[in-house]
Write a protein that binds this ligand. Structure first.
Ligand code: FAD
Length: 453
């Protein structure tokens, strides 16, 4: 008897934001879709990334607000936290959202295979995939296999215990002290979390400033804010070894050994797609990940790649948009991917939200721009809700009045940065954009105030 082979229009490899978006959009467009997910639907984002971190950070924010209640005329005694309950709530939220993705896949008749997909072979008209027990054929394939934590080859690391973001998120306890290697977005969000709950936090960063390519002024502002709250920063500092005594770092002051209860490694993530038969496609790579064109097509016909696996932006919202572009191309709709206005948020307190170019990028490219910058205290709502708070909003504008970049430090910048994204992406000149009526009082009004600055 022949094994039954199931045929589909599209096979999606990976069920993270790229994969589940691609599957849902393709199925809505009338295509038959099989989606493979070897772990949990929702991928890194829902299970061990965006959602769990933001859930924990929300508890941290509430705890700090309760502690600072007196500033707002609210008093309370014995304000305390139970981290095991905070962690349990995080798990509950993750389960709820994963279940939501599952039911969305069901509603759209997406066939979800909860196993690892392997590409068995390819012929002119279809790709044959297997999950070890069954075989599937698809005319098109979308690779959405995501990324993994980079573990740098530091001498001695193999004999040392350390956390990555996965173990940190799985922990039901707050350590008494933590050494965070890497002061990028993920490192700083964990620094904010642990600092709020009273842990002794040290951040080691190889670059001269935290947050990598972020706007230097907002990054410095955030670092100074957390330094005031007790976080220790070692900039321009390289981890040279893990020894029995602790973590050895080298900087202009020489070599020293730092100790802590826990070590969190957060030096970056890299795309992953090896070991599942994709080698036979000889896909071109960009140096960062799988190379794609503006339609998200790879170098192999009928194969698309979206999300972290392209190594481009390593953000969930980019992944989802790339998936929409790939599916629209498959459906014959006119759509292309643009990376001009990808919002970037750091969910610390205060939040940072940025979009478009930084001053450094513009200067390096010799692009002339003017800066419109105001303190967040120009927003009445910000003042009302942030007793003693500060921050700023900065618009970078070209000679034609077009917005090139926006960088904000002040909560809740993440909620309105999209307005600036629309202005950048749709090329709306400042003189037109300023005619938009912003609701009053909102923190978003800072954008409008800046346009008149
Ligand atoms: C701690 C942390 C916090 C983050 N916070 C944010 C944030 O606030 N905002 C933001 O935008 N981004 C954030 N990110 C990044 C975000 O999680 C990723 O950009 C996003 O998940 C990428 O989506 P993706 O679909 O490309 O890949 P992933 O989410 O990695 O999903 C890929 C999926 O593919 C599956 N898979 C791989 N190979 C196979 C195979 N052969 N067969 C079957 N399944 C397979 C994996 O199990 C995985 O579930 C964070 C990341 C981390 C680690």
């Amino acid at each position: 008897m022949h094994e039954e082979i199931k045929n589909f229009d599209i096979a999606v490899l990976g069920g993270g934001p790229a994969g589940y978006t691609a599957a849902e959009r393709a199925a809505s467009g009338g295509m038959s879709v099989v989606l493979f997910e070897k772990n949990a639907l929702g991928g890194v984002c829902l299970n061990e990334g965006c959602i769990p971190t933001k859930t924990l950070l929300y508890s941290a924010k509430l705890y700090k607000q309760f502690q600072n209640g007196a500033k707002y005329g609210i008093s309370g005694e014995n304000i305390a936290f139970d981290y095991s309950k905070i962690a349990a709530r995080k798990t509950k939220i993750v389960r709820k959202l994963v279940a939501g993705i599952k039911s969305r896949m069901n509603e759209h008749d997406v066939t979800v295979i909860n196993k690892e997909a392997k590409l068995e072979n390819v012929n002119a008209s279809f790709f044959t995939l297997s999950d070890e027990t069954e075989t599937y054929r698809a005319r098109n394939m979308i690779i959405c296999t995501g990324s993994e934590t980079v573990v740098p080859p530091i001498p001695g690391i193999e004999n040392h215990e350390y956390w990555t973001s996965r173990e940190a998120l799985a922990s039901k306890e707050i350590p008494s002290s933590i050494l965070i290697i890497g002061g990028g977005v993920i490192g700083m969000e964990f620094a904010a979390l642990y600092n709020s709950f009273g842990c002794d936090v040290t951040v080691i960063e190889a670059l001269p400033e935290i947050l990598g390519n972020a706007d230097a002024e907002t990054a410095a502002f955030l670092r100074e804010e957390y330094a005031k709250r007790g976080v220790k920063f070692y900039l321009n500092s390289f981890v040279t070894a893990f020894t029995e005594q602790g973590v050895e770092i080298k900087n202009n002051d020489g070599i020293q050994t730092l100790t802590s209860e826990k070590i969190l490694l957060s030096v970056g993530r890299r795309p992953r797609w090896n070991g599942i038969g994709l080698e036979q496609l000889h896909l071109e790579t960009s140096g960062k990940g799988i190379r794609v064109n503006e339609n998200m097509q790879t170098s192999y016909p009928h194969v698309y790649a979206c999300g972290d696996v392209t190594g481009f932006s390593l953000l969930a919202h980019t992944a989802a948009r790339e998936a929409e572009v790939a599916v629209n191309h498959l459906l014959g709709k006119n759509d292309t991917m643009s990376y001009n206005a990808i919002p970037s948020v750091v969910y610390t307190q205060p939040e940072i939200a940025s979009i478009g170019r930084t001053e450094k990028e513009l200067s390096e490219k010799g692009i002339e721009y003017k800066t419109l910058k105001l303190s967040m205290n120009y927003s009445g709502r910000f003042v009302a809700e942030n007793e003693g708070g500060n921050g700023f909003c900065k618009l970078l504008v070209d000679a034609d009045g077009l917005l090139l970049g926006v960088h904000i430090i002040g909560t809740p910048a993440s909620e309105f940065i999209v307005a600036a994204g629309m202005a950048i992406d749709r090329k709306i000149p400042i003189n037109e954009w300023k005619k938009t009526i912003f609701p009053h009082p909102t923190v978003a009004e800072i954008l409008k105030e800046c346009m008149f600055a």
